[in-house]
Design a protein around this ligand. Sequence first.
Ligand code: GYE
Length: 335
Amino acid sequence: MAKKFFALIVVLTMVLGITGCGSQSTGNQQGDTKKTEESTEKPKNEKLVIGFAQIGQESGWRDAETFSILQEAEKLGVDLKFSDAQQKQENQIKAIRTFIQQGVDVIGVAPVVETGWETVFKEAKDAGIPIILVDRRAAVPEDLYASFIGSDFILEGNNAADEMAKLLNNKGNIVELQGTVGASAATDRMKGFKDQLAAKYPDMKIIASQTGDFTRAKGKEVMEAFLKAYPGQINGVYGHNDDMVLGAIEAIKDAGLKPGVDIKTVSVDGVKGLFEAMAAGEANVTVECNPLLGPQFFKACQDLKDGKTTEKWIKSEESVYRAETAKDDLPNRKY
Ligand code: GYE
């Protein structure tokens, strides 16, 4: 599956002329320049010209989102300038500044962390370029972005806690694998889970909580440390994403325990790998978070270009999936 995905990325990269880092246009720059010389007014792009400042490639979820954006851009014939920030906010800010200089119609950004965006968003606003927040939020005044497209992370955290309570019969010790520190998806998934325990499950305790940066490798590393620090005491692991729990499953097995049985798992995303783990009896629940945001993103871009207003929060519709139905669910999963 991973191979197939990367083969498709390679094909799209060739078709769209996109590089892994930095930003490149997919359109005909010469043609655009000519038009500028001929007309006195600021030229209106006929084609939708979009800049997208992606975070990186930290998880299967992120790869699926990137693929959805690239695929939809190709389908619609969008001139997409795509940048991969390799997890660094400074790279995302640089990319946004480049997009402003290039005069794109709309800028999409998946903010790696929540704070530190105000200055660059203001620059985009002054240049008349709307910002769409994709999949993570930024802590900025509402007039600095047009829409947020994505999930309710607090609700995901609440749902994860309810699922963990069912698995543990309302009682037990939980360790938490946090996402990237300062990312809205991590902050709110942590809060949603914690608040639900406080409100409904007084006998369930988070005994340790540490960041695994949304990656499988770090999820494994942190789980190894938890297993050493709390031998025989961990009843459940809550991961802010599936990749980290897939890493934790390896650590649990290495410690001679049965993941999904001795230590229950609940995580967020709904990637295929986690369904496979559930089907194999090694994971218990995933709270879905939809990464296939390409179609909604470009629809909002087009609306903004056409002078229409878009909803402030374009919410994703999501479900909860459990091990019991994983085998039947697997063939229908799209990411
Ligand atoms: O859950 C995680 C990814 O921002 C919602 O980022 C997204 C999160 C997703 O790395 O797997």
